[in-house]
Design a protein around this ligand. Structure first.
Ligand code: SF4
Length: 488
């Protein structure tokens, strides 16, 4: 027996059977995960996959992935997968385990998800002693959404929402989830481990396996908290971030076993399954109840009614374009909504936002049928062009429309806006050239409001000056193309 095996773990250099051979994500990225280099999630995934292999439970494992950088468990694990709403994984896991007691249900959650939005769900699932295993990846920050402070953020740690560092007075103290849950009577096993060095990683692998094995043995609720590096949001190298886990994070979150009742716990089956769905109306006494009638929504009339969808890759300034438009609308006294929407991937992600400007109150910030689409790249055009309302506009960042995207019932403006911005001095101003074109077409807000919004949002005088030129150049291109259209 090797030293590793004697120590209770074996390092595997192969691909676990619990992983798919290829990941069903973007075609060019099927051989790699979406995690950043040095991210702890990849390591934890590997531990989990190895535990599933070793315990021989692949065909009865159900993984619950809620929102966060770890959401894509379904891309990687060849097991049953369910994606849950933010923070709700323990509730979904409860339902899964109770309705399928023979399954092994694993709730995979980050700290923003589990300790903030989902704090009620985890507390009550633990207190009920649900027969589930929770893998809690704690990197002390909201990573997927760009680095806002989380309940687990360390005192003094900077985040986008605590730029001066977290202070106990303003934001409270870091929440110690493992210690908190260990005060409950029901959980059988709670341990905090880290990924700060190889020794810690080996211990983490053992803990992950134990949490899953406890469920296989029918023992009850288990949770492993894993202190995990997030080099991208911490703005560190992978090595620095690993050291930060060990040298800094661990001081706030000491490692160790906080609860271990596995010896005295009796193997039990999960609580009885809920009654079948078809019996629910009878139990509730609502058999034959009439469906409520909904009145038609009130027709909305407005002098300005701009529903814009802006779409592109992360880094193209999609959200800023929308923000400038929305801020300008506010400045002009209009009703406004701005709703960002971006994928969970930090690498090669897509980004889009919904902006509404209206003279009348806005019923919903969602723009599902825009009258103006700004497509900053071809995939965005292909994704959203069919959604544009007849009579609406599509402004496309490209030389010409792909023939299969040509529609006869909408107006189109195709131009290489990135080149335009490049000629002005920086390709990153492409978003403002496209905003210029939009303003020229829609005329919904005065230029003075746009200027005011730019100064408020951009601040850096060099960029403001470039953006103003980009706006004007975009307007001019739009005017020229309209003249061409008329004289053709
Ligand atoms: S942002 Fe952080 S947690 Fe998210 S994938 Fe990158 S390193 Fe991992």
């Amino acid at each position: 027996m090797s030293n590793q095996a004697e120590a209770g773990y074996v390092v595997s250099h192969g691909r676990s059977k619990a992983f798919y051979e290829r990941f069903e994500r973007k075609s060019e990225l099927q051989h790699q995960t979406h995690f950043c280099p040095g991210c702890g999630h990849g390591t934890v995934h590997k531990m989990l996959a190895q535990a599933i292999d070793e315990l021989g439970i692949q065909d009865r494992t159900i993984m619950i992935g809620p929102v966060g950088c770890g959401v894509f468990t379904y891309y990687y694990f060849d097991v049953g997968n369910v994606q849950a709403a933010h923070g709700r994984a323990p509730a979904v896991a409860t339902a899964m385990k109770r309705s399928r007691p023979e399954s092994i249900v694993i709730s995979y959650q980050g700290d923003g998800d589990l300790s903030a939005i989902g704090s009620a769900e985890i507390l009550h699932a633990a207190n009920r002693g649900e027969h589930i295993s929770v893998i809690f990846v704690n990197n002390a920050i909201y990573s997927m959404t760009g680095g806002q402070f989380a309940p687990t953020t360390l005192l003094g740690q900077k985040s986008t929402t605590t730029p001066l560092g977290r202070s106990a007075k303003a934001e409270g103290y870091p929440l110690h989830i493992s210690e908190l849950l260990a005060t409950l009577q029901a959980p059988v096993y709670i341990e905090r481990v880290g990924l700060g060095d190889n020794k810690q990683v080996a211990q983490a692998a053992r803990a992950v396996r134990r949490a899953v094995e406890n469920q296989v043995r029918g023992l009850g609720f288990s949770l492993v908290e894993i202190l995990s590096p997030c080099p991208t949001i911490w703005k560190m190298t992978p090595v620095e971030s690993q050291h930060w886990v060990r040298d800094v994070m661990e001081k706030t979150f000491p490692l160790g076993v906080f609860c271990d009742r596995t010896r005295e716990a009796q193997a039990q089956t999960a609580p009885a399954a809920a009654p079948p769905l078809e019996r629910i109306p009878e139990i509730l006494g609502v058999v034959g109840a009439a469906e409520p009638e909904f009145s038609a929504t009130q027709a909305r009339t407005a002098e300005v009614d701009l529903e814009v969808r802006i779409a592109g890759f992360g880094g193209q300034g999609v959200l800023l374009l929308g923000e400038v438009l929305a801020e300008a609308g506010l400045d002009a006294g209009l009703e406004v909504s701005w709703l960002p929407s971006y994928g969970p991937e930090m690498r090669s992600g897509t980004s889009n936002c919904h902006v509404r400007l209206s003279s009348a109150p806005i019923d919903s910030p969602l723009v599902s049928a825009p009258n103006m689409l700004i497509a900053m790249n071809e995939p965005s055009l292909r994704k959203f062009d069919a959604s544009v309302r007849p009579g609406g506009w599509i402004i496309y960042n490209g030389d010409e429309f792909p023939p299969e995207c040509m529609r006869k019932d909408v107006h189109v403006l195709a131009h290489p806006f990135t080149h335009l911005a490049d000629e002005l001095g920086d390709a990153r101003a492409c978003n403002m050239t496209m905003l210029g074109a939009l303003l020229e077409i829609a005329g919904a807000v005065p230029q003075a409001s746009i200027d005011a919004a730019l100064h408020r949002l951009v601040r850096n005088p060099r960029w403001v000056e470039l953006d103003e030129r980009a706006l004007e150049r975009g307007r001019a291109v739009c005017r020229e193309s309209m003249v061409e259209e008329v004289t053709r």
